[in-house]
Design a binder for this molecule. Structure first.
Ligand SMILES: [Zn+2]
Length: 348
């Protein structure tokens, strides 16, 4: 007897993704095949992905060389779902995150010197390749960050960019315990910056516009709240002795310029909020008192790992609003409005 063997046509498993089809286009929720990891890559089942203001770069095509369609997202938390060939240090089922730093080549001069953050061929997740606004994402192993048990996925996601940026900028700023450190802006970055500055043992001055965040800033660990609408914030800092460090998180170059005179001797303005217009400063403002202005971007995956562990150790958590992936339009608009308290996170 002959049995006819029918091979069922293999149906590719599908997943949902929020993609931008071209620069300036709206988000589209699409169904696409679940991607397979290649050599040196893993596939992550994404559980949460933060929406960051720098996702505007992808949405609006503000950096050259972005290939569309593109799935944004560089605050990704999930679980390793499949490993590609040659991957030995990451296992299926392991909780991992991916932040802004999306990979480095290990071969350029900076990488050979261990300065992976400044790799000449650095990749940005959700920009150089598809990021976390989707149910499954493929990533190279270089940017992976283990997520400790003490953090949920929605808590870990914003820490992988907003968290590491403020944590790493502050711990590399030169300020030591007891120094006056000002955090400008009580928003997505600033509300984390105040918490880190407080746990680092600084004398923390939080600077915000208006009085509505005064109570919250104190609750987050600020010793002093300065309302920059009601008072001259630079003068207020000078009355406190002058800041050793001001970390400027709100993307407002005018506000940053106005704070430079609040620096004390050897003071440093660390810029992490990205605004398109110029910071204005005269040479004399920098020369007298040997003051510095420095920019800072996120950090390596190892520094992200430090950030997550420090948050578990000290109880620091981001304040978040969550939205399901299907409501990405609403979530993105909420982020853009500046009214979110404080980080917007997509869940899959
Ligand atoms: Zn490199």
């Amino acid at each position: 007897m002959v049995t006819l063997r029918v091979t069922p046509k293999r149906e590719a498993a599908l997943m949902k993704a929020a993609q931008v089809s071209k620069a300036g286009a709206e988000f589209e929720i699409i169904k696409r095949e679940i991607p397979e990891p290649n050599t040196g890559q893993v596939r992550i089942k994404v559980n949460a992905c933060g929406i960051c203001h720098s996702d505007v770069l992808v949405k609006e095509g503000l950096l050259p060389g972005i290939q569309y369609p593109r799935v944004p997202g560089h605050e990704v938390a999930g679980v390793v779902d499949e490993v590609g060939a040659g991957v030995t240090s990451w296992k299926k089922g392991q909780r991992v995150g991916v932040g802004w730093h999306g990979g480095h080549d290990n071969t350029c001069r900076e990488c050979r010197r261990g300065d992976f953050r400044n790799c000449r061929n650095v990749k940005i997740s959700g920009l150089s390749y598809d990021g976390g606004y989707q149910q499954y994402m493929v990533a190279p192993v270089e940017p992976l960050v283990p997520i400790p048990d003490g953090l949920t996925d929605v808590e870990a996601a914003p820490l992988l960019d907003a968290g590491i940026t403020t944590y790493n900028a502050l711990r590399n700023s030169g300020a030591v315990p007891g120094d006056l450190v000002a955090v400008q802006g009580i928003g997505g970055l600033g509300h984390l910056g105040v918490q880190f500055a407080s746990k680092f043992g600084y004398n923390v001055a939080a600077i915000g516009r208006g009085s509505e965040n005064a109570m919250l800033a104190k609750k987050l660990g600020a010793h002093v709240y300065i309302d920059s609408q009601a008072t001259n914030a630079a003068e207020a800092l000078q009355k406190l002795g002058g800041a050793r460090v001001i970390i400027a998180t709100a993307p407002n170059s005018k506000a940053m310029s106005a704070l430079i005179n609040g620096l004390g001797p050897n003071g440093k303005l660390v810029v992490v909020g990205a605004a398109p217009d110029s910071i204005e400063v005269t040479p004399a403002q920098l020369i007298f008192g040997s003051k510095t202005i420095q920019g800072w971007a996120a950090g390596t995956p190892a520094a992200s790992e430090d950030t997550l562990n420090f948050c578990v150790l000290t109880g620091i958590r981001p304040m978040i609003e969550t939205y399901p992936l299907e409501r990405v339009d609403e979530a993105y608009a909420r982020m853009l409005s500046g009214n979110a308290q404080f980080r917007v996170v997509l869940t899959m």
